[in-house]
Design a protein around this ligand. Structure first.
Ligand SMILES: [Fe+2]
Ligand SMILES: [Fe+2]
Length: 370
C-alpha cells in the first residue's frame, strides 16, 4: 500500500463485500494527497514566499552573540543543508504518487531556503569566516543522508515527528533571540534579525508538519493497524535527521539541551504528545497496549478482517472528523479553481470504522442529501 502499488486485480475478490479493497484505499489516499498538495503549493506561494537573502536585514545582525548561539545556528545549518539528500531520497520513494512526489519537490525547495537562511545567519554573525564555512560544508557534503526507514509509511510517520521537533527547535531559538531565555548564559539577548529568521522558518516547519500529519491521518483512517504499528516503531527509535552525519553533533546537541531548546523532555511533551493529540492517540502506553491486544485477535490472512480491536487504540471519531475536514478544504480549493467541474475529490467513509446507531443514522442522512 505504502508504495502506491498498481491496482491488484486479485485484490477485489479477497475483499469481503461492503469493505474497501486495498487498491481502493490507496486510490483514496492518493487523491487526498494530490488535492492537499495542490492546496499546499498555492498556499505556500501566497503566504510564505520569502527569500533567504532579501527577506532579512542581515547587516543588522548582532556581532556579539554568545558562542553557544553560534554553535546552535551552525547545527541548524548542518542539518538543513542535507536538503538535496532528503528530497532526492523521498522523491524516489514516493515517485509513483503524483501528490506526494510533487509535494516533496516543493518541500525540498522550502528546506533549501532554510539551509541558505541558516548559513547566512552563521556568516553574518561575524563569528565564522567564509573559509571556515566552506570547509565545514565540504565535510558535511562528504556524507550522504539516507532514509531512516525502508518503506513509505514509516518515513511519512517519521517526518511528522521530525517536522514538529524542528519547528520546536526554531521557536525556542526565536525566544532566545527575543531575550526570553531564562538560562543565565543566554539571558537578555536581543537580536530582532535572528528572531525573525527563526520565526519565519518555524512557520514553514509548521506547514510541513501539517501536510505530513494530514497524510498520516488518512493512513490511520484507512489502514489503522499498519499506521499505529509504524507510529510505535518510529517513536521507539526517534532521533533528529543527520545526527550521525554532522561531525560535531554531540557538542551541538549538548548546547541545544543546555539552552533549553530541545532534549528528551521537550520531545516527550512538545513533540510526541502534541502529535499524539493530533492523531487521536491518548498516550504511548495506550498505543502499545492497543497494538498488543490487536495481535490477540485471530488474523484472517489477506483480508481486512483483523482490525476489530484496533479501533479501541485511538479516537477514530476524531480522525474521521479530521479526514472529512481535510476533504472539505480540498473541495473548497477545487471549487475555487474549477476542478470540481471535471473530477472533484470525494471523501469515502471507511466501512470498517465502528459506528454507533446515531452516527450511522447521521451518515446515512448526509449520504441521502448527496
Ligand atoms: Fe527545514
Ligand atoms: Fe521541514
Amino acid at each position: 500500500m505504502a508504495d502506491i502499488l498498481p491496482p491488484d486485480m486479485l485484490e477485489r475478490s479477497r475483499t469481503s463485500p461492503g469493505l474497501l479493497s486495498n487498491a481502493e484505499k490507496d486510490r483514496l489516499i492518493e487523491r487526498g494527497f494530490l488535492g492537499l498538495y495542490r492546496w499546499y503549493a498555492s498556499r505556500s506561494q501566497e503566504t510564505r514566499n520569502w527569500n533567504p537573502d532579501r527577506s532579512f536585514d542581515w547587516r543588522a545582525m548582532k556581532q556579539d552573540l554568545p558562542p553557544e548561539v553560534i554553535t546552535v545556528l551552525q547545527g541548524f545549518f548542518a542539518v538543513e543543508q542535507y536538503a538535496p539528500d532528503f528530497t532526492s531520497n523521498l522523491v524516489h520513494l514516493v515517485r509513483r504518487s503524483h501528490g506526494r512526489s510533487h509535494f516533496q519537490l516543493r518541500w525540498g525547495s522550502e528546506e533549501e531556503k532554510h539551509a541558505d537562511a541558516w548559513e547566512n545567519a552563521v556568516l553574518f554573525s561575524g563569528q565564522r569566516s567564509p573559509q571556515w564555512i566552506a570547509e565545514y560544508k565540504e565535510r558535511l557534503k562528504s556524507q550522504t543522508w539516507e532514509l531512516p526507514f525502508p518503506d513509505a509509511i514509516h518515513n511519512l510517520v517519521y517526518t511528522v515527528f521530525q517536522e514538529r521537533a524542528t519547528q520546536l527547535n526554531y521557536l525556542n531559538m526565536m525566544q532566545i533571540a527575543q531575550g526570553k531565555s531564562t538560562r543565565p548564559h543566554l539571558k537578555g539577548i536581543a537580536d530582532p534579525v535572528l528572531a525573525r529568521v527563526a520565526q519565519t522558518i518555524a512557520v514553514d516547519e509548521a506547514a510541513h508538519y501539517n501536510f505530513f500529519l494530514e497524510g498520516v491521518r488518512m493512513y490511520l483512517y484507512y489502514y489503522p493497524e499498519r499506521t499505529l504499528e509504524a507510529i510505535k516503531n518510529v517513536i521507539g527509535q526517534f532521533s533528529m535527521p543527520a545526527a550521525q552525519l554532522v561531525p560535531d553533533w554531540n557538542a551541538f546537541f549538548e548546547t541545544v539541551y543546555r539552552a533549553g531548546i530541545y532534549g528528551p523532555r521537550e520531545f516527550q511533551r512538545d513533540v510526541m504528545q502534541v502529535a499524539f493529540r493530533n492523531l487521536g492517540i491518548e498516550s504511548r502506553k495506550a498505543l502499545e497496549e492497543g497494538i498488543r491486544k490487536t495481535r490477540e485477535v485471530p488474523d484472517f490472512e489477506g483480508g481486512n478482517f483483523k482490525t476489530t480491536a484496533i479501533w479501541d487504540t485511538f479516537d477514530y471519531g476524531q480522525v474521521e472528523g479530521d479526514v472529512r475536514r481535510l476533504h472539505v478544504k480540498i473541495q473548497d480549493y477545487e471549487k475555487n479553481i474549477g476542478f470540481d467541474l471535471y473530477d472533484p475529490t470525494e471523501f469515502v467513509e471507511n466501512p470498517e470504522v465502528p459506528r454507533t446507531r446515531r452516527e450511522a443514522a447521521t451518515s446515512n442522512e448526509s449520504a441521502a442529501d448527496d
